[in-house]
Design a binder for this molecule. Structure first.
Ligand code: DCB
Length: 472
């Protein structure tokens, strides 16, 4: 394609096809001159158990072209009897002897300069030969018109980032002022019965980024106006509580909770299920953990319990609700007044579904999570409204400025819309995350010194969110 041609073309689309040997690092094809679509396939782990061979694989598609890659597919075959056991950020389809991985609902398009990562676990009877992987995508070049629209969007986002969030009922005051919280109707209220809205930050995985929950960091967010902190303790990922790391994960979490309490912050203890899909999978561990946590913090008004972060691919009525009905009494036995947050299906988006079959407990709120680059307010606020109408209090215990995978973007204009909406409804929120991971949702730039934090260490997301923490 000649340069001159490219400029005059109004929206072309074409298909690309890439081949790569799995585990063979990355390769790419050139789409326009120096820019390319690259795929990187890696095997992170391989092990033998239950008489079979297992491998954890991640495939990244990195779009360095100036066209959007849509409807991407990763195609390969497995030896007889081989199957995918678990998959994230994508969906598995089996077609004869081929396995075709297509996008999850939130990453069907890989925009210019963005990446999509899909991961899965393969189980085979014999030690696996390296399969060859084929990737196809429909490339859609922006029209001149589209292109300038994209540019405008970016400009608007930056302007909004500098604009201060509007004032709301939020007062940023901590536990010593508001005391023991409870839920009245659908509203969180304080000890005096006054509506209260909490704003704050979530840790990233406690086992991975504990340094960003230091006293210094927690003090910095409080100075910015935060009155709540969330300690996210993963359960099923590497380093997770249920992955042989219970003692360390718990200790890191309790230490951070103690630091938050000492700083007069409310604090959420989050049982961060994700790749374990259903809270039923590790229910026994959860019961044990919450018995211990609620005993340790018995009667402490600062502590809020979040019993399942983001169930996905499961069911409210048959899985999540019965789990909550077992865990809540365990917490209440030690800490009868504690507010409990309950996640719902589809990464804590289906609050509408949960609200039609509510839990029969006082002081429970249902969590709604969103990522501004994936979940548009207009498309999702209906779920919140249904839940509120059905009498369920909503708590946004996690949201990000990025897409749902924690990276790409940021989407500050949509974030702004969301925060305005939550303020209007008096809904509390906690942003993901306090880390310097190389992903756009992280509040700090990679390499930030957690003890010597300065304004220059804030990422674009960090600047936007820290500004919004205090909306007076
Ligand atoms: C949630 C999870 C949270 C996850 C963020 C961003 O997942 F609660 O654990 O955090 O949202 O994706 C990410 C980190 C990454 C890390 C990854 C796995 O930012 O650094 O590598 O966890 O540990 C969501 C939320 C929404 C949706 C999907 C996911 N959604 N998800 O709507 O489809 O699949 O992780």
């Amino acid at each position: 394609m000649k340069e001159s041609n490219k400029k005059n073309t109004l929206g072309r689309s074409w298909q690309v096809l890439l081949w790569v040997f799995l585990f063979a690092g990355f390769m790419g094809i050139t789409v326009h001159g120096k820019e390319s679509l690259e795929i990187n396939a890696q095997m992170h782990e391989q092990w033998e158990s239950e008489g079979a061979f297992w491998a954890k694989i991640a495939i990244t598609i990195c779009n360095q072209t100036d066209a959007a890659a849509k409807n991407w597919k990763i195609i390969f075959s497995l030896p007889e009897g081989g199957e995918i056991q678990d998959i994230w950020n994508g969906q598995e389809n089996v077609m004869e002897e081929n396995i075709i991985i297509t996008a999850a609902s939130y990453n069907t398009t890989i925009h210019e300069g963005e990446t999509a990562e899909v991961g899965f676990i393969i189980r085979t009877a014999e030690k696996m030969e390296l399969p060859q992987v084929k990737v196809t995508a429909d490339m859609e070049e922006r029209t001149e018109e589209n292109f300038s629209k994209g540019y405008e969007e970016k400009k608007v986002q930056l302007q909004n980032a500098e604009k201060k969030a509007h004032s709301c009922d939020y007062d940023g005051k901590g536990v010593s002022v508001h005391g023991q919280l409870r839920v009245e109707g659908t509203q969180l209220v304080d000890e005096q019965g006054k509506p209260v809205v909490l704003h704050g930050m979530s840790s990233h995985g406690m086992a991975w980024y504990p340094q960003f929950t230091s006293e210094h960091i927690l003090e910095s967010i409080r100075e910015k106006g935060a009155n709540i902190f969330r300690a996210a303790m993963y359960t099923a990922e590497d380093g997770g509580y249920c992955e042989g790391n219970a003692q360390e994960a718990k200790q890191l979490t309790f230490d951070a909770v103690d630091r938050a309490i000492a700083l007069d912050l409310y604090v959420v203890i989050d049982w961060h299920i994700l790749s374990d899909h259903t809270p039923q999978l590790h229910k026994e561990e959860a019961l044990e953990f919450f018995a211990e946590a609620s005993e340790r913090y018995a009667g402490n008004p600062a502590v809020i319990y979040e019993i399942c972060n983001e169930p996905n691919g499961t069911d409210w009525g048959s899985d999540i609700k019965p789990y909550a009905m077992e865990v809540i009494p365990v917490i209440r036995k030690n800490s009868p007044d504690a507010v409990v947050l309950v996640g719902c299906n589809t990464w804590s988006q289906d609050v509408d579904v949960a609200s039609m079959d509510k839990l029969d407990f006082e002081n429970v709120m249902y969590t709604f999570h969103f990522y501004a680059g994936t979940h548009m307010l207009d498309a999702f606020c209906g779920k919140i409204e249904t839940a509120l109408r059905n009498g369920c209090g909503i708590f946004v215990s996690e949201w990000g400025t990025s897409r749902a995978d924690g990276s790409n973007g940021v989407f500050l204009e949509e974030s702004h819309r969301w925060l305005d909406y939550l303020d209007e409804k008096g809904i509390s929120w906690i942003n993901w995350s306090l880390s310097d991971k190389e992903e756009s949702s992280a509040a700090f730039l990679p390499g930030t010194d957690s003890e010597g934090l300065g304004e220059e260490d804030l990422s674009e997301s960090g600047r936007f969110v820290f500004d919004a923490l205090n909306c007076n």
